[in-house]
Design a protein around this ligand. Structure first.
Ligand SMILES: *Cc1c(COP(=O)(O)O)cnc(C)c1O
Length: 465
């Protein structure tokens, strides 16, 4: 085809739109820009509308200026601190502001706090866990003791990254079961699981499965007593993927951060309630001394020493710039207002669901902008929350249903996360659809087999964890 023809060919009159897109082999010839764009754009339509996805914790709305910053700067490589020194400087400002929110003792006198951006909480959790592992190893080696059997302790509601941490670095994961009586991490059971090989304990703020917060202060007190008695120096890494950007604004008086003696590192997801599109996360250490030298690949590009700590090397710098944009655009007050609104939307939704009379809630608390519920027992009911989830999906909503972890694995629950971009009006439309779907399901004559079907469906894609 001549160039002129290509330019004149309407997209949907083109040869490419008359056949299926390449799926397994690199095509020999290329495709015209506008046609290739249309193909990819149209396939992505099938993903549905991310704003109606109430399963994810991850940001699905940013304002136009944030989008502009992100598209203008998406060619910047975060790792290249010589080529993009200002992006590196801005990363450090973000670390400082976040460290300050978490009461880092280093956040005084304008010095730089120890921390880094990451791809998300997963990489940040890996770094927190690894630093605890290295510190433990060093202490053990200095004492002439074996270092071959490290373990860490976490609730059975852990996010999958901790399972990865255990497998990748060969650290035993000891879990404290979450039960109806102990719906968050029980400090006494933690202490019972500790021994001289425990590298750290990982409380979670914004437990993925329940939305609740582990009690870091109580854990700190329990560990302080244990450490005083045994000399084990067992520390805390807080997985604050959600809570790191909620607590400082909504519950500034709750003690959970570096004010507590044994909290030595904290991680969070910038792309969750840090309100940035994926993927950016953050980790901060209490001070420089808690980042083992082995993990600090210092580079002295900027005249000052800049640590390179992350596991990934190249990654986009625009997410870090967008994080800084959000921090200065919103300020403390803006973050407070956005997070408070999201919690308010959850309270609104929960009240409406309560009015329906068929749902049960685990607690009255709403510490984070997410909550879970289950169906009240009713032997005559023909459907499960899986059926409701499916029906809502037909309306475009993604509201996941899933089972609780070990010890409560027969309990099917449903979860909603409200983020920036979900207002009361949208929430109200969801409630209307839930009522309609429930009314339809209540007319069923025979029980569905959705619970069995879902067990088989398990390995498919989901956004639950
Ligand atoms: C989301 C989440 C993670 C993983 O975070 P990413 O940013 O998706 O890598 C880890 N822990 C908890 C508690 C989470 O909610």
């Amino acid at each position: 085809m001549l160039k002129k023809d290509l330019v004149d060919t309407p997209v949907f009159g083109s040869n490419e739109e008359q056949c299926v897109a390449p799926k397994t082999e690199l095509p020999r010839e290329g495709t015209a820009e506008n046609i290739a764009y249309q193909i990819v754009h149209d396939e992505a339509m099938l993903d549905g509308n991310s704003r109606l996805n109430l399963a994810t914790f991850v940001t699905t709305w940013m304002d136009d200026s944030a989008r502009r910053i992100m598209t203008e700067t998406m060619d910047k490589n975060m790792i290249d601190k010589t080529e993009y020194p200002q992006t590196a400087e801005i990363e450090r400002r973000c670390v400082n502001m976040i460290a300050h929110l978490w009461h880092s003792p280093e956040a005084v006198g304008g010095q730089y706090c120890m921390g880094t951006s990451t791809v998300g909480s997963s990489e940040a959790c890996m770094l927190g866990g690894l630093s605890a592992l290295f510190r433990w190893k060093k202490r053990r080696q200095a004492a002439g003791k074996p270092t071959d059997r490290p373990n860490f302790i976490i609730s059975s509601c852990f996010q999958v990254v901790w399972e990865k941490f255990a497998i990748y670095w060969d650290v035993e994961m000891r879990t404290v079961p979450v039960t109806a009586d102990h719906i968050t991490l029980d400090p006494q059971q933690v202490v019972d699981l500790c021994d001289e090989n425990t590298i750290c304990v990982v409380p979670i703020l914004g437990v993925t499965i329940t939305g609740l917060n582990d009690d870091v202060k109580a854990l700190n007190t329990a560990l302080d007593r244990l450490n005083a008695r045994t000399g084990w120096e067992i520390c805390i890494h807080v997985d604050a993927a959600t809570g790191g950007f909620i607590l400082p604004f909504i519950y500034p008086n709750v003690e959970w951060d570096f004010k507590l003696k044994w909290v030595l590192s904290i991680s969070t997801s910038g792309h969750k309630f840090g309100l940035v599109y994926p993927g950016v996360g953050w980790i901060v250490w209490k001070d420089k001394s808690y980042l083992p030298d082995e993990m600090n690949f210092a580079v002295n590009y900027l005249g000052a020493e800049v640590p390179s700590i992350s596991i990934n090397f190249s990654r986009p710098g625009n997410q870090v710039l967008a994080q800084y944009y959000q921090l200065i655009r919103l300020g403390w007050k803006g973050y407070h207002d956005v997070q408070a609104s999201s919690i308010n939307v959850c309270l609104y939704l929960r009240d409406r669901l309560k009015e329906m009379g068929i749902f049960e809630f685990f607690t009255d608390e709403m510490p984070n902008p997410l909550f879970v519920w289950k169906l009240k027992d009713d032997p005559s009911r023909k459907w499960t929350l899986y059926d409701l989830s499916d029906r809502l999906h037909i309306q475009g909503w993604q509201v996941p249903a899933y089972t609780m972890p070990a010890a409560m694995e027969n309990v099917i629950i449903m979860r909603i996360v409200a983020r920036q971009g979900v207002g009361i009006d949208l929430a109200d439309l969801l409630i209307k659809d839930i009522r309609t779907c429930v009314a339809q399901l209540d007319t069923l004559q025979n029980p569905t087999n959705s619970a069995e079907e879902w067990k088989k469906r398990r390995p498919s894609f989901n956004h639950i964890r």
